[in-house]
Design a binder for this molecule. Structure first.
Ligand code: SF4
Ligand code: SF4
Length: 427
């Protein structure tokens, strides 16, 4: 029996006219020089499965797995082929057939992580204190000395993460305070300009609380009240891209009902990968919109009432694929950072190519991911910059890990974190 694809899938894949204009944009095609690892080739393979011309086997899955879902091909396509939807549905099909393919240990670990941790992000809040304690006590470095664990890529990655930050608790007696949970409401300071909802994400609750705290701080200072609903959950991007479409849809439904209960017309996302998923999975209702923090702050009012300390430094801006190829909002981080007096804002050379992080891709396809990362690192090192800003937590961790392994002293952070720091936020 032929594997079942939706009618939309068949129609949308038939939109490809094999012109090849997407090929030069595709990182895997540029690296591997193989048609089967290009967007056009992958769509042809998908069509081969639809028509029963080729078998759904491990070789087919390999070419699909090598795709970064960076969607540079989609941005370049003159025929508007929705490549992102095609690859997601193909991966769901592969996941359903995985019993007949090879079910790797990695796939089972990923499935447990997706179901038990990412889909229940409140567990990250519980782990934060423990992780902080292990970091502070030097426990990770001690564990790293254990031979096998020290060689594990994920472990090496975890060891170099910056010291965990705690959720912002607001200003107490003129000092910035932190706690173990985000408050449900952070009232605006000064003249009131509006109310927004803030999406927290999952992994970022541990690894990038600084960006979430900074967003609240800057929004409050500009006159926006920030609502942080506690029952929000993971955006579901990792589930979506690994073929767990039902689970992704159920997470989207939960977020939709939580945020629609707030009655705000703006939901702010601080990680562009999450922003795309929230947008495309329909989390916003007819009264609201999902918007990236840099875009929102660029258009926000109230800047005349805040002071921003100068910073006489070169700032490199990395464009995440989700921000550039899907949201098409890549200009906003540059505009936001340019608010800091004295900065020299530079685009990271090669911004049109993926850095290789791509969700869990950097662990699943380490050779391709490392090769893509290398060119980012060389460009960053050549620039002589002290800071690199990026709007997606996955890219930030991947690039920071690469710089750390090379011993390069360059701080990687979200643009809003740098801005908040210059506005006086210290936690
Ligand atoms: S640019 Fe679009 S139509 Fe042309 S080969 Fe690529 S996906 Fe197909
Ligand atoms: S999503 Fe990226 S890696 Fe995948 S086919 Fe398109 S350009 Fe290539």
């Amino acid at each position: 029996m032929l594997p079942k694809f939706s009618k939309d899938f068949i129609n949308e894949s038939n939109q490809c006219v094999s012109c090849g204009l997407c090929l030069p944009q595709c990182p895997t095609y540029r690296l591997l020089k193989s048609e089967a690892d290009s967007p056009r080739g992958r769509i042809a393979l998908m069509n081969g499965i639809v028509n029963g011309r080729i078998p759904l086997n491990a070789r087919f899955a390999l070419h699909m797995d090598r795709c970064l879902t960076c969607r540079a091909c989609e941005a370049a396509c003159p025929n508007n082929v929705p490549y992102g939807r095609l690859i997601d549905e193909t991966r769901a099909l592969i996941a359903n057939h995985s019993k007949s393919l090879v079910v790797t240990q990695k796939a089972s670990v990923r499935s447990v992580l997706e179901k038990q941790l990412l889909a229940r992000p409140v567990r990250f809040d519980r782990l934060r204190q423990l992780f902080y304690f292990i970091q502070k006590s030097g426990g990770l470095r001690w564990l790293q000395k254990l031979n096998q664990l020290g060689k594990n890529k994920l472990f090496k990655f975890i060891v170099q993460l910056p010291l965990v930050k705690f959720p912002y608790a607001g200003t107490v007696d003129g000092m910035h305070a932190s706690g173990n949970h985000w408050r449900e409401i952070y009232p605006a300071e000064g003249e009131k300009r509006g109310e927004v909802g803030l999406f927290l994400g999952c992994v970022a609750r541990i690894t990038d609380a600084a960006t979430l705290n900074s967003s609240i701080y800057v929004l409050n200072r500009l006159g926006y009240t920030v609502h942080v609903p506690p029952d929000q959950t993971c955006c579901g991007a990792l589930h979506q891209h690994s073929g767990a479409l039902k689970q992704a849809a159920s997470l989207a439904q939960q977020n939709k009902s939580v945020f629609s209960g707030l009655k705000v017309n703006t939901i702010i996302s601080t990680a562009s990968g999450c922003g795309v998923q929230l947008l495309e999975s329909g989390v916003a209702d007819e009264h609201s919109q999902i918007i990236d923090i840099s875009r929102f702050l660029t258009a926000a009012e109230g800047w005349e009432s805040v002071e921003i300390a100068p910073l006489l430094q070169k700032i490199l801006v990395h464009d995440p694929c989700s921000l550039r190829n899907v949201l098409r909002d890549q200009v906003y981080p540059y505009k936001l950072i340019a608010r800091i007096p004295g900065v020299q804002v530079l685009s990271l050379p090669g911004n049109d190519q993926c850095c290789g992080a791509a969700g869990t891709y950097f662990m699943d396809q380490p050779e391709i991911a490392n090769s893509l990362l290398e060119s980012k690192l060389s460009a960053a090192m050549d620039s002589g910059a002290r800071y690199l800003v990026t709007s997606n937590i996955g890219c930030a961790m991947h690039i920071a890990n690469g710089l750390y392994e090379k011993g390069v002293d360059m701080e990687v952070l979200h643009p809003v974190t740098l801005l908040a720091r210059q506005m006086g936020l210290e936690l």
